[in-house]
Design a binder for this molecule. Structure first.
Ligand code: COA
Length: 319
């Protein structure tokens, strides 16, 4: 079956918005069908009143099915985050796939609650609430209203930015939302950052404060902070040559224009290649909650490692 035939969606087999991250799991037809089938099964079993026994006749497959079909609760996510190394007081930026867990009781809100539990009242949780589009540029400048421009980074960030106490940065393509005591220091002035993920962005400021990146059920292709390293190393393919007059509307409804350099979406990347290196260098830890694979990455060492690498080999992250 061709990808375009699945659910009548042309851009991807599982969702229509993943054309923003080409090469992601959603665009792999076999995996997409398997995920959808597993999730449907997980939902049916989790909601059924009959006893659940997942058996396929193959012990390994049965174990996997049982893991996928078990409903996941807040406590289990919290202990998974603690096992990974998250402590109260930490700053954590989470990129996520809700469906990767299997069935989560309470959905995205449960994942957010678990993250806030793990980081505690002294910690700061962040979610990428990105809005950038491939066509953004001087000829088609983005219009960003912090109050209601939807993000394309998934259900968890979408719910996260609506939480009481959440603040969202004003950057017109790479906005970040946060909850916690240092949010203002992390996101303030993001819209004046010379480049979207550069030194004045929440991505780099979090790193400087010893923060972490958490990938929940997604790979390095979703790790926006890798762009920070590309921007600091000034790789030749990453930024548009001319600035765009972006339109930004803030929380008070004030409209302003910021002249900013935006990403150039033209160069295919292979961020996945850093996965093993981060693990070998002790910069990343991997864990599991339900069917989801979680990666916790120390942000500053990752950036430092990549900047050094990119200065020697500027196309290291390109396909
Ligand atoms: C694109 C992406 C968000 C898709 O992941 P996903 O799990 O399919 O989608 P979401 O995280 O938005 O979660 C919603 C899905 O979870 C599933 N879901 C709904 N309720 C659920 C529950 N209680 N428990 C588990 N899954 C549930 C549904 O399949 C839902 O899809 P639908 O809205 O089409 O019905 C993900 O693959 C990704 O790339 N995330 C990272 C994005 C990012 O940070 N990018 C930065 C780029 S630089």
């Amino acid at each position: 079956m061709d990808v375009s035939q699945i659910d009548g969606v042309t851009k991807c087999g599982f969702r229509d918005r993943c054309h923003f991250s080409r090469g992601c799991r959603c665009c792999t037809p076999g995996t997409a069908r398997l995920r959808r089938a597993s999730l449907d099964l997980a939902f049916r079993l989790a909601k059924s009143s009959t006893p659940r026994r997942a058996s396929t006749g193959n012990p390994e497959a049965s174990a996997k099915l049982a893991r996928i079909c078990r409903p996941i609760h807040r406590d289990e996510i919290v202990s998974g985050l603690r096992d990974l190394g998250i402590r109260e007081g930490d700053g954590v930026l989470v990129h996520s796939s809700l469906s990767s867990f299997g069935y989560v009781v309470g959905g995205a809100d449960t994942v957010i609650d678990a993250l806030l539990d793990a980081t505690g009242p002294e910690g700061t949780a962040l979610a990428p609430t990105l809005t950038g589009r491939r066509e953004d540029g001087p000829a088609s400048p983005p219009v960003f209203d912090v109050r209601n421009t939807p993000c394309w980074t998934g259900r968890v960030p979408t719910e996260f930015m609506k939480r009481p106490g959440a603040r969202r940065s004003l950057h017109p393509t790479h906005s970040v939302s946060g909850i916690g005591p240092i949010v203002a220091a992390l996101i303030g002035g993001h819209e004046r950052s010379l480049t979207p993920c550069g030194e004045e962005s929440p991505y780099y400021r979090l790193a400087q404060k010893g923060g972490f990146i958490l990938l929940v059920g997604v790979g390095q292709g979703s790790n926006t902070t890798i762009h920070t390293a590309e921007e600091l190393a000034e790789v030749p393919y990453h930024m548009q040559k001319e600035p765009a007059d972006t339109i930004i509307i803030d929380y008070e409804g004030n409209r302003r224009i910021e002249r900013l350099y935006l990403h150039d979406w033209g160069t295919p990347r292979c961020f996945e290649r850093i996965d093993k290196e981060l693990l070998d260098l002790g910069i990343m830890r991997i864990g599991k909650v339900g069917a989801s694979t979680l990666r916790l990455i120390k942000s500053l060492p990752m950036i430092e490692f990549l900047v050094e690498k990119l200065r020697k080999e500027p196309r290291y992250l390109c396909r």
